[in-house]
Write a protein that binds this ligand. Structure first.
Ligand code: FAD
Ligand code: EPU
Length: 338
């Protein structure tokens, strides 16, 4: 294990922000992770766990130890006539793991194709896209408790998954390092094509017979047409969550703004498209210094090259203020601001 000093984090975050880590270590195995926890007294240190760095915004140099999780491995651990349980180590690249499952014709993750980042971060915010979330197929995860260096197993219920939420963003924040995640996938799929854009893309492509591969391909095509590739333009996906408001508030906003976009949630509220709110405030495609709101997706804030984390935070605050002033709705960041 090689602990390096004063390392640039620019290659390790998809926003492409320059910030230095006082200490930086890449962890390649469970053994290294256990040694690190036990020998370096991590519970007493300032640490930042990183996977692919695709959901963080660095606002300053990190005056502590950055731990990049690179533990690899995928294993089928159980199989019945209907299901297959697949365990992936935290450092596996999420999309490569999804492709592994699709190659084996296992269903459940195809709608989540092409989400950047690593397997270990996926439970943090219960990643979701195109009508699916990992909680739909998540079986359990193993994590090292930082204080004791012991492995703890979390079931689906124990993770307290919600929309872009889990226990690891709340009461268990900074207490665990996720080491592996197990998914229960289907041999006999029940495809989820309810998201309008998937249906339209499949129709356009003339696809009649569904399988995991064609759904994955459709999702990839939609994502590539809408979302900026972080290799070309720094970003961390949606900067804000889509806010939920009561039905009555939605009805009254709809009288004033008939085009407002919202979808009913299971608890009777309405989830509003934050991208619509931001666009309606005039931000879409606007460039502010080195940053801006993306021209095809207002919810995605981008780094045009030399932005600092603070510049992006300032833009986010301006956007938040204007959405609040126009619609009375407070939009909350989805990205982890460090
Ligand atoms: P990181 O950014 O490295 O870390 C995110 C958080 O998790 C940090 O707080 C970090 O400390 C913590 N963490 C990371 N690994 C571990 C670990 N092993 N143990 C404990 N804590 C850990 N997200 C969606 O949900 N849906 C989308 O459709 C989506 N689309 C995106 C599109 C683009 C272009 C981009 C850039 C991002 C998108 N995202 C999306 C956000 C992001 O891809 C996900 O949140 C992803 O899961 C982050 O993974 P990561 O490995 O990069 O996490
Ligand atoms: N819209 C606008 N203007 C915009 C962007 C969106 O009016 O600039 C409206 C459109 O009506 C559009 C609707 O918002 O139909 C929804 O847009 P989109 O399908 O792009 O989805 P989203 O709600 O903006 C969410 C997730 C994405 C996920 C997609 C697909 C959040 C915060 N974001 O975006 O996740 O990929 O749905 O399911 O829930 C991420 O978390 O980083 C992320 C990219």
């Amino acid at each position: 294990m090689n602990i390096q000093q004063n390392i640039s984090l620019k290659p390790y975050n998809t926003f492409g922000i320059e910030a230095k880590a006082k200490e930086f270590v890449v962890i390649n195995s469970l053994e290294e992770l256990s040694i690190l926890c036990a020998a370096f007294n991590l519970s007493e240190r300032k640490i930042l766990i990183l996977g692919g760095g695709s959901n963080v915004l660095l606002t300053q140099d990190f005056d502590g130890m950055v731990i990049k999780i690179n533990i690899k491995g995928i294993e089928i651990i159980k199989e019945t006539n209907e299901h297959v349980w697949v365990k992936a180590m935290a450092g596996e690249v999420w999309h490569e793991f999804v492709m592994y499952c699709i190659d084996k014709n296992l269903a459940g993750l195809e709608n989540l194709s092409l989400i950047p980042g690593c397997v270990g971060a996926a439970p943090m915010q219960n990643i979701g896209a195109y009508g699916a979330e990992i909680k739909n197929t998540f079986e359990s995860l193993d994590a090292i408790e930082i204080e004791t260096a012991e492995i703890k197993t979390f079931s689906n219920v124990a993770c307290k998954f919600g929309y872009r939420e889990s226990i690891f963003k709340n009461e268990a924040k900074n207490k665990y390092i996720i080491a592996s995640v197990t998914f229960k996938l289907n041999k006999n799929p029940n495809f989820n094509t309810s998201y309008g854009a998937i249906q339209q893309t499949l129709e356009k492509q003339g696809i009649k017979e569904l399988n995991v591969k064609v759904i994955s391909d459709a999702v990839i095509a939609i994502r590539e047409s809408k979302l900026p590739n972080p290799k070309e333009l720094g970003n961390a996906g949606s900067f804000f969550k889509n806010p939920e408001i009561p039905q009555a508030q939605f009805e009254s906003l709809k009288l004033q703004y008939p085009d407002i976009v919202g979808y009913p949630t299971q608890n009777g509220n309405i989830k509003i498209a934050a991208g619509w709110l931001i666009e309606a405030c005039g931000w879409k495609g606007k460039i502010v210094g080195n940053t801006g709101s993306h021209k095809h997706q207002a919810l995605v804030l981008v780094n045009y090259g030399n932005a600092t984390g603070s510049e992006i935070v300032n833009l986010a605050m301006e956007i938040q203020k204007s959405v609040k002033a126009k619609f009375g709705i407070t939009i909350q960041p989805e990205v982890n601001i460090i």
